[in-house]
Design a protein around this ligand. Structure first.
Ligand code: FPP
Ligand code: MG
Ligand code: MG
Length: 372
């Protein structure tokens, strides 16, 4: 495979060399990988590819920006337009695979959370019902898996397959948190930056809730970003190998946790209209205590029983919202997200200067500044 450092400009001949190399080997399927396979294997913008689920897939480009990107070189990324030409087509394909998995998980998530709104439009279940939504998500996963195998890189296949398992593990953890909390233990110390030092009974309980919360956050959100970024480095084929893979993973993991912390903070800070999905304590209504609530509990004892009964009592959600509003919960959640974003930025020090590195640095700011 041709090598492509993150900062190196992408050249047509590089891609051709890559195709040639791939064609000389077995890509994992009977037919060897060709440029046409990677570019056109499955494309939600091609009507014949989506006929059986056309109503579900018609909504995809608007909800999954990279799926609306032209596959050919010269297309601009909605996130980092100025570095498009340094991205290999296989890496664009990987981004699209990640986006398909992400959208599949959101389709399923909106069924689980009975959520009526996603990205400012009626959700999958609200538009098509639960059955088609679940099947649409499954179909996307199937297509993503086929596209993944066609990249012909077993390390990438393994990484991305494990993302799917992680997403499910995170979601199962969250369901157990609400329906069978007594069976749930974090089994690790995830809250080194967030938990309390004091080991009073409340401190211990708080620490364990933070551990569960941050582990779940890694599984349901950060794993997708961490392992996809790592897989992108594998596809780039760097000489720096393991170091850059570790940098990519650590960057994605930290920025992913920052992203979810901000998401959980915005649930208390913005309206449905600007968030594009239910907010104003939507997590509380699902029985979930996220970072702002856990911080508020450190200041206000009365949050404890509400968390314990998962905000199911009359007026609990409203009371919890008021407690969060009077506490430093929202501000402290933002600070924690900034800490993770800083960790993501710092790890980039291992990379040489490049436009790509600048874009990655920029992302660490975008992720904490976002308002929706
Ligand atoms: C959104 O969280 C949901 C996720 C990040 C992952 C959901 C994962 C599953 C439903 C498991 C099934 C996975 C696949 C791959 C089909 P949220 O509900 O906290 O966020 P929201 O406010 O955006 O709904
Ligand atoms: Mg949800
Ligand atoms: Mg959910």
């Amino acid at each position: 495979r041709a090598t492509n450092g993150l900062g190196q400009g992408w050249q047509q001949k590089q891609w051709e060399a890559e195709c040639q190399a791939a064609n000389g080997t077995n890509s994992g399927l009977d037919a060897p990988l060709t440029r046409a396979d990677v570019l056109n294997d499955w494309n939600p913008n091609i009507p014949e590819h989506t006929a059986s689920f056309s109503s579900v897939f018609n909504m995809l480009p608007a909800r999954a920006p990279s799926l609306a990107m032209p596959f050919e070189s010269g297309g601009t990324s909605p996130f980092v337009p100025h570095i498009t030409n340094s991205i290999l087509p296989t890496q664009i394909r990987l981004a699209q695979i990640a986006e398909m998995i992400h959208v599949a998980s959101l389709l399923h998530d909106d069924v689980i959370d009975t959520s009526p709104l996603r990205r400012g439009v009626p959700s999958g279940p609200a538009s098509f019902g639960n059955k088609l939504t679940v099947l649409g998500g499954d179909f996307l996963l199937g297509r993503a898996s086929a596209a993944l195998s066609r990249l012909g890189e077993s390390e990438v296949v393994e990484l991305v397959a494990s993302i799917i398992a992680n997403l499910v593990e995170g979601e199962v953890m969250q369901v157990r948190e609400v329906h069978a909390p007594e069976t749930l233990v974090s089994g690790g110390n995830w809250a080194t930056n967030a938990g309390q030092a004091s080991m009073t009974e409340k401190g211990r309980m708080s620490q364990e809730r933070w551990n569960i919360y941050l582990k779940k956050t890694y599984l349901k959100t950060a794993s997708l970003i961490a392992k996809t970024v790592r897989a992108s480095v594998v596809l780039g084929g760097t000489r720096e190998g393991e170091l850059w893979k570790e940098v990519a993973y650590a960057y994605g993991r930290n920025i992913g946790i920052a992203f979810q912390l901000i998401d959980d903070m915005l649930d208390f800070a913005v309206s449905d209209a600007s968030f594009g999905k239910p907010s104003g304590g939507a997590d509380l209504r699902l029985g979930l205590a996220t970072a702002p609530t856990l911080y508020a509990w450190e200041e206000f004892e009365e949050m404890g029983p509400l968390i314990e009964r998962r905000f199911e009592g009359e007026g609990d959600v409203e009371m919890a919202r008021q407690i969060v509003a009077s506490s430093k919960g929202v501000a402290r959640t933002r600070e924690l997200a900034e800490l993770y974003a800083r960790k993501a930025r710092e790890v980039l020090d291992h990379l040489p200067e490049s436009e790509a590195k600048e874009a990655l640095q920029e992302m660490t700011e975008i992720v904490v500044k976002r308002k929706h």
